[in-house]
Write a protein that binds this ligand. Structure first.
Ligand SMILES: [Zn+2]
Length: 285
């Protein structure tokens, strides 16, 4: 990313998403709360169950997962869930002072280091060009391939909306990858789409994805209680050492940022005893 400071800071759950009234995913369209006043009690979000065996997290760049989502990953891996990271790029255009040929390998390693802090052993890169990722069949096919290979119960990606919660513009790669991931879940389940995956690569269709979770979404519906996982999440972002060093001096430090995001998530969750949470919008697959 050419403007890393602003673009990779989805502090969504920290923001004023006071219209997050939707908790019932079966009726999101009708319960959007447009008639509620600011005085109406906020119903909070629905807790996500832990009963998943395999999670695939698909994002555009090294560090996208580390602004909050990594805390949920730490909870899942601690419970025995296998979590795999899939990154569309190596983030090679994300540090202004370091040319892409050096930044790519450096950031890929920082992502592996950050992943290890929250119990993730496998980090894969699709090597699309950082900053100019396009939504399209090559991207969908590449993600569908990994879904068939990993056979996840749950797929996590970032919001593909134009604006994050809080009003900050979402970055182009995030939008492309988020939307392609949503579509790739269906592609992966359909034997007649990207037939070569089955016929030439031996990857059978996988229709076992129960839900797609969108991080930093405007209308979160669910939360993962990550109370007790704050330190691991901070360590995961701190592992992006060179990236962080090159951010502007006034950019919030990992501890401050992650604490703020997860505290904001807990406020949205509005559940007793939940000190820190990651808020997601859940889309049934
Ligand atoms: Zn990013």
């Amino acid at each position: 990313m050419t403007a890393p400071a602003a673009a990779d800071d989805p502090t969504a759950t920290d923001a004023t998403t006071t219209d997050a009234t939707t908790t019932d995913i079966t009726a999101p369209a009708t319960s959007a709360g447009s008639t509620q006043t600011h005085d109406a009690p906020r119903p909070g979000l629905t807790a996500l169950e832990d009963d998943v065996e395999r999670v695939l997290v698909v994002v555009a760049h090294p560090d996208d997962i580390e602004y909050g989502t990594a805390a949920a990953v730490d909870r899942w891996t601690a419970a025995g869930t296998t979590v795999t990271y899939l990154l569309a790029t190596r983030g090679e255009a994300g540090i202004d002072g370091i040319p892409p040929e050096q930044a790519g390998p450096l950031r890929a390693q920082e992502e592996r280091d950050g992943a290890a802090k929250v119990g993730v052993e496998v980090v894969e890169f699709l090597d699309f060009p950082d900053g100019t990722v396009e939504y399209g069949m090559p991207l969908r096919r590449a993600i569908a391939r990994e879904i068939r290979r990993r056979r996840p119960d749950l797929v996590v990606t970032m919001s593909f909306e134009v604006f994050f919660a809080g009003g900050m513009a979402n970055q182009a790669d995030h939008r492309a990858v988020g939307l392609a991931t949503l579509d790739a879940v269906r592609d992966a389940a359909n034997r007649w789409i990207f037939r070569e995956l089955a016929e030439q690569e031996g990857l059978a269709p996988w229709g076992g994805v129960r839900a797609v979770l969108l991080a930093a979404a405007n209308e979160p519906t669910h939360y993962v209680d990550v109370t007790g996982h704050l330190d691991a999440a901070i360590a995961s972002l701190e592992a992006h050492e060179q990236y962080n060093v090159h951010l502007p001096d006034d950019f919030p430090k990992p501890a401050q940022l992650v604490t703020s995001i997860l505290t904001g998530g807990a406020q949205l969750a509005a559940a007793e005893g939940v000190e820190h949470a990651v808020a997601f919008r859940l889309l049934g697959a």
